[in-house]
Design a protein around this ligand. Structure first.
Ligand code: DGL
Length: 270
């Protein structure tokens, strides 16, 4: 197979990264995706940097066995903790979701006050702040961890009074911060976009890193001249490290097509 027609490797701690995979599939319809969700070891949001780097190396090792031409770290926590290390070790292009999200927020803000919501790990890493301030040091960034959002999304409670109540409590601090842009800095949060938008109001622009990452990937493939050819065979494959059934139900509730085959692999052996 020509290198340009090889698939893109996309990975996340579990199901959340499907929000990134679906954007890639939507924006780059000629590209094939090999997705890996680390459902046996989720959540990443509460784990240490060293653990996330070790997990990411194993996953990349697995994805390389599928001859991927580029890798997208769809998980915000893994992008925050592992991208810098992984980048130096790989000879194929790799991108994370944090930089594209940060860049767009900088382009969006008018009053130079940006909010970021994410897992504890992402907020603790302060990487969004670092990237934003490396572009414009005068921008103030306010972070808020929202650890209950992921389980609520995975339980399918997207439109539920309990989710509304929890979101109102988490976002209260940010409402007082006069931000005009808010980064949805976790894979699951774009699925709560409506809830967050209602609470933050129309004066706050929501930045979805999944969308921005797919755009950035398109640019990168063009720059490296490895875009898949028109009219070629497009095939997506899905792998998990635990229980395919739960993954399948969630995946089929958010993807634009039905996923029939999901393969479980022993990620610790990579
Ligand atoms: N995928 C993770 C992220 O975007 C959220 C879920 C987890 O904590 O593993 O940070």
């Amino acid at each position: 197979m020509k290198e340009c027609n090889a698939p893109i490797g996309v990975f996340d701690s579990g199901v959340g990264g499907l929000t990134v995979a679906r954007e890639i599939i939507r924006q780059l319809p000629n590209e094939s995706v090999v997705y890996f969700g680390d459902t046996a070891r989720v959540p990443y949001g509460s784990k240490s940097r060293d653990t996330i780097i070790r997990y990411s190396r194993q996953i990349i090792h697995f994805l390389r066995t599928k001859n991927v031409k580029a890798i997208v770290i769809a998980c915000n926590t893994a992008s925050a903790f592992a991208l810098d290390t992984i980048e130096k070790e790989l000879e194929i292009p790799v991108i994370g979701v944090v930089k594209p999200g940060a860049k767009t927020a900088v382009e969006t803000t008018k009053n130079k006050r940006i909010g970021v919501i994410g897992t504890e790990g992402t907020i603790r890493s302060a990487l969004y702040t670092e990237y934003i301030q490396s572009i414009d040091p005068t921008i103030e960034v306010v972070g808020k961890a929202c650890p209950l959002f992921c389980p609520l999304v995975e339980e399918g409670m997207l439109h539920d009074p309990v989710t509304d109540e929890i979101a109102a409590r988490y976002l209260k601090d940010l409402q007082d911060e006069n931000i005009d842009s808010l980064i949805l800095g976790c894979t699951h949060y774009p699925l709560l976009r409506g809830t967050v938008a209602k609470i933050m109001g129309s004066g706050v622009h929501l930045v979805n890193p999944a969308y921005e990452t797919a755009l950035e990937l398109g640019r990168l493939l063009q720059q490296k001249q490895i875009c898949a050819e028109d009219g070629g065979k497009v095939e997506h494959a899905f792998y998990v490290s635990d229980a395919e059934e739960k993954f399948k139900d969630f995946a089929n509730s958010i993807m634009p097509f039905q996923i029939e085959l999901i393969e479980q692999i022993q990620i610790e052996s990579y």
